[in-house]
Design a protein around this ligand. Sequence first.
Ligand SMILES: Nc1ncnc2c1ncn2[C@@H]1O[C@H](COP(=O)(O)OP(=O)(O)OP(=O)(O)O)[C@@H](O)[C@H]1O
Ligand SMILES: [Mg+2]
Length: 263
Amino acid sequence: MTRGLKFQFNEGLLSKIRHSTGEIDQIDLIDDQGWTSTVHKISAEHGLFILKSSFKEKYREWLKTEAGLLEKLKNQNEIPVPGYINYIEENVQNHLLMTYEKGVTLTKALRDAGSHDEKRQLMKSFGELLKRLHETQSAHFNWNINWLEGELQRAERYLEAGECDGDRALLEKLKANPLPETTQTVIHGDCTTDNVMVADGKVSLFIDVAGMTVGDPRYDVALALRKVMADSELTEAFYEGYGRFRLNSKEFNYFENGLYEFF
Ligand SMILES: Nc1ncnc2c1ncn2[C@@H]1O[C@H](COP(=O)(O)OP(=O)(O)OP(=O)(O)O)[C@@H](O)[C@H]1O
Ligand SMILES: [Mg+2]
């Protein structure tokens, strides 16, 4: 897939953006593009902003959910997320305008770290941030849902539409072999090292929050550890910060090599 291309700013869109940002000085495609959207940094009269735009139907739905969530979380400081500014729907693309937050993704910070000790500190900090999220009692969420049931239904939809890596046999296996239940908490829902940002040496912000809801905290831990599992020191550092529970291999596989294949 070509990342970060396919984008046109028309005058109608620019004027909607200007409504929030004031006069625009500069628009740059950022280096660190994700897979599901195109991300621009906007320097304008009222400050720095991020414009996240999606084209494909599935990703437009996710962007809308993300926008709704950021809007809900706008006036709280319990869960660190970018500030919501505006959400714009056009014929072929949707856009989320939010505050630009300084820092780099944890993926990049780990890649650029000068020493293994620095990497350990980063993973510990990630664990601490996730612990805070999993222990919040935020009233901004609906606590009365069965998250896994909803996710299995969504997986079924994506499978039927041919929009995921997972196959029928895997989905049936997940349905037939649920994990023992655990207490639901607020979760990020796509808690990879790509979706948290590091500033001043600390993992301090959640981004890409379309999946943030009340759900199974083991899903977040599995995705948080997926890229460092082979390094026992980094895994330990994460758990030192997280301190709530550890995943066994069955739990890790249920999510990392199971449910995650459908999203
Ligand atoms: N509010 C923000 N402030 C600064 N940079 C941001 C902000 N939001 C996103 N970014 C940058 O844009 C990149 C892509 O953002 P995001 O993860 O939300 O997009 P995505 O396309 O949904 O990614 P994914 O492929 O993980 O779904 C991030 O890696 C980060 O570098
Ligand atoms: Mg992302």
